[in-house]
Design a binder for this molecule. Sequence first.
Ligand code: NAP
Length: 491
Amino acid sequence: MKSELDTLSIVVIGASGDLAKRKIFPALFALYCQGFLPEKLTITGFARSEMGHAEFRERITEHLTCRYTPGEASCAEKMEKFLSMCHYVSGQYGSTDAFLDLFTHLQQFEDHSRVNRLFYLAIPPSVFLDVARALGNAGFVYCGETSPWSRVVIEKPFGHDRSSSDELVRELGLVFSEHQIFRIDHYLGKEVIQNLMVLRFANRIFEPLWSREHVQSVQISWAEPIGIEGRGGYFDQYGIVRDVVQNHLLQMVSLVAMEPPSHHTSASIRKEKVRLLEHITPVGIEDIVLGQYTAAPAGQPAQVGYVDDDSVPNDSLTCTYAATLLHINNERWAGVPFLLRAGKALDRKTTEIRILFREIDNCVFCEEEGCPHTNELVIRVQPDEAIIFRITSKVPGLGLEMESRDLDMQYNTAFSELIPDAYEDLLLDVIQGEKSLFIGSKELAAAWDIFTPVLDTIDANHIRPLPYPFGSSGPAEAMDLAVRANTVWRQ
Ligand SMILES: NC(=O)c1ccc[n+]([C@@H]2O[C@H](COP(=O)([O-])OP(=O)(O)OC[C@H]3O[C@@H](n4cnc5c(N)ncnc54)[C@H](OP(=O)(O)O)[C@@H]3O)[C@@H](O)[C@H]2O)c1
């Protein structure tokens, strides 16, 4: 039962941090400006750092934007009202007393109405469980699915491998039921990723082509042109496979390759994603190429190598690049290589999915002009969101010359609407109890099963990643992996 009289009480734990400042509070402000948050609202930041309400408000203001409230006066007014609902309480993460103090603080604003509680754990994973237990001990958690509800949002990494992930699921499960836990993979909140299912299942032309009969390979690339830049503390313990491939890229694979869900509900969608992940063969060591960036070559702007960064141990074997070949053993995809690659300190910034179609058998033009180029569907997640379909076209003029050309839907020109930040969508879904864009525990287990064996092999054998220069396209051996899969990486 939902009522206008209910209070929504949002507590951001780790509110002094980067994620809270850059993403969570701006997203809450954007939802507030668009009228998605209830009248009775209170937002509280909690962390160990000592800070007053005023200092906290100043801190979070830095990244609030007026994109949904153009006009200086109306934006300033909205911002002032929003900030007046934001408070800060400091305390230790594992302390029940600190959370009882938080409870006393919240009661000033909760006005004896029914309170729906949203806890966002924007803290390192080492303190997830301490916080969850303290929340439970302080009496914050009630388990109903309808109002009044308590929900918790957690950020990756969800464990380090299958067994640590299972333990986290189990321990968190002692405080929160699965229906209360929202595991964020912010890529799932990105507009283009949300469009993937619409593209596949609301357009007649794609589904008949979406199989091994017509698809030659699928390539998913994630590249960042920057290195670790002093933030090695977290990354060095995880590396690129755990940080990007096992979660963000695998989520994209499941949306590209899953069977159509029976309904547009989170239960149906999750069921199909799990089914797909369970059909992927665990990655073997022969199907992965690992790299670590070195300093930029002479003649290019100076950039230090990964192990020369002050926040990284000199002898680190952590991978900053990985390319891997996945095999999906089901009727639709058997034999189609799914190539994934992710890397830091590369020559570009991109996240994209490419579906490469097979060549035409017996093409009527082949004899005269050689085989036309193959079709390719490009789904560009960032930067410059776009969906591009590469076709073969006759070049205007006398004679028959053919070239590849793009049917090109660039989001910034095709749509006049603002593209929301992923966190806006995801936070609204948490408030509305909609779970299709969040990772379920079964999905998490299936995803870890694909990478845990190879990660164990890499760790046990201290496998040394291949060096690649800062600003390059990664280790050349990644090209060989694609060749072995009878394809080539496309840019
Ligand atoms: N930043 C991103 O874009 C991003 C993306 C994906 C996932 N994540 C995940 O989201 C969480 C928060 O990210 P963040 O970038 O905001 O992290 P952060 O700034 O490093 O940490 C958030 C807050 O946690 C507290 N903290 C930091 N290290 C701690 C430690 N060792 N023990 C106890 N408390 C500690 C600090 O607050 P106090 O010292 O005031 O208590 C800090 O302000 C992390 O788990 C991260 O892995 C972040």
